[in-house]
Write a protein that binds this ligand. Structure first.
Ligand code: ZN
Length: 423
């Protein structure tokens, strides 16, 4: 809905027009009846953006003109709410205190604790691969709608015949902690190869593919135009631009939690895998599978909410997957290892039953099509204090704890006598 109402807020600054969010707020609402949500659009006229939704609560961003309309409505209906963010623009301004332009590549001058632009990340991928020859390879996976290259790192000590692991970052453009964490995971793993037992064994036994930022056009747009942009930048000739690529996967496509309205933040696109970015990444990995490489682990990294979720996500009435226990146990052990670093708590559960159904999402594709026994969606920090606008000072602790969780999960893989799906 957001793209309709922000048009009037665009302020021209030279050539680039940047959206400002002065006095925009995020309210956390605790609805007691499902029906209530249907009135949102009627009362607010589409002028809202749902940041996050679970069974019990909805985080919703609204502009200054409709805050009162919304709170009046909530009071009338006796619905509880908290103000999570008082002023979005001041959070945006605090997110990158340094606002450094860091052009450093994979060498010692690269700052791992700032949010980087698309161009900086692409340079880092190239430099990181060339600085770690024999262990890291740069791979071009495909091109975006606007012609940008989507890159992956392939990390592993063997040249062939190992099974695969696939980590994906940044499918939702505004979730900046996701690409930043992908970069930090790659760096830590490569640094510890040869000294840490699990890091060494996993890179000897697997090919790990990491796509730091998958939705490259959207990511650029969050830097140049609108920090709160979520979707890609494809326009199908309608008033609104962008497809939610995490509703564009084939498994459960068009189901609950996805919209057929191009102006919705969860617009699923005209058909499954309609998006060129989606076509590129899914073809790349399914071709590897067709060539005989089995994938044992897939994780799509998002923000925010501190959640570790597994299939099925498309429906609350979908059957329990055959590997439910191993998926659950693996995630619970990893979440405990993660927590041991800084005390950060994650909720582990089934996507649809324990949270909210989302048709056409990645973790279902990972299980259904990639055939990874361990297929997850992770929602990184935080729990809503900053939401998508997590300040840069949290990049390092998020990377440290997530790495601990990943190492625990790698050990689960290495210890699993049969890390392929039960049929
Ligand atoms: Zn997301």
């Amino acid at each position: 809905m957001k793209s309709v109402f922000i048009l009037c807020l665009v302020i021209a600054t030279g050539l680039a027009a940047k959206v400002h969010y002065d006095n925009f707020q995020v309210l956390r609402i605790f609805p007691t009846e499902e029906r209530w949500k249907q009135d949102l659009e009627r009362v607010l006229g589409g002028e809202f953006d749902i940041w996050r939704e679970t069974k019990e609560r909805i985080d919703i961003m609204v502009g200054p003109k409709v805050v009162k309309k919304l709170t009046d409505m909530l009071k009338r209906r006796n619905i509880d709410y908290d103000v999570m963010v008082e002023d979005i623009q001041s959070l945006i301004d605090q997110e990158r205190p340094s606002a450094k332009i860091n052009i450093g590549g994979g060498g010692s001058d690269f700052d791992y604790n700032v949010y980087h632009t698309y161009g900086e990340i692409m340079t880092w991928v190239t430099d990181f691969a060339s600085a770690n020859k024999g262990l890291v390879t740069e791979v071009e996976v495909g091109e975006s709608t606007e012609g940008r290259i989507i890159k992956a790192l392939r990390i592993g000590s063997q040249s062939s015949n190992n099974p695969g692991i696939y980590f994906q970052g940044g499918i939702h453009a505004r979730e900046w902690i996701s690409p930043a964490t992908m970069i930090n995971l790659a760096r830590k793993l490569v640094e510890e190869y040869g000294s840490d037992d699990t890091a060494t064994k996993i890179l000897d036994a697997y090919d790990l593919y990491i796509i730091p930022t998958m939705n490259v056009d959207g990511y650029v747009y969050t830097h140049t135009n609108d920090r709160m942009w979520r979707k890609n930048r494809k326009n199908y000739g309608t008033a609104c631009t962008g497809v939610d690529m995490n509703r564009n996967y084939p498994t459960g496509f068009g189901g609950k939690g996805a919209s057929s309205n191009p102006c919705s933040e969860t617009y699923h696109g005209p058909k499954n895998i309609s998006e060129v970015e989606m076509e590129a990444v899914t073809t790349f990995f399914l071709d590897l599978v067709a060539d005989g490489q089995d994938f044992h682990l897939f994780i799509d990294f998002h923000a925010y909410g501190q959640l570790w979720l597994f299939p099925w996500g498309y429906s609350r009435t979908a059957p329990i997957v055959n590997d439910y226990n191993d998926l659950s146990n693996g995630a619970n052990a990893a979440a405990a290892a993660l927590k041991s670093v800084h005390g950060t708590e994650y909720f582990v559960g089934n996507s649809a039953r324990d949270m909210y159904p989302a048709g056409g999402a990645s973790e279902d594709w990972g299980y259904d099509k990639l055939k990874a026994k361990y297929s997850y969606i992770i929602e990184l920090r935080d729990e809503g204090r900053h939401g998508f606008l997590l300040p840069e000072k949290f990049i390092e602790p998020t990377g440290d704890e997530t790495y601990a969780g990943m190492k625990n999960l790698f050990q689960t893989l290495l210890d699993d006598p049969n890390p392929i799906q039960k049929s």
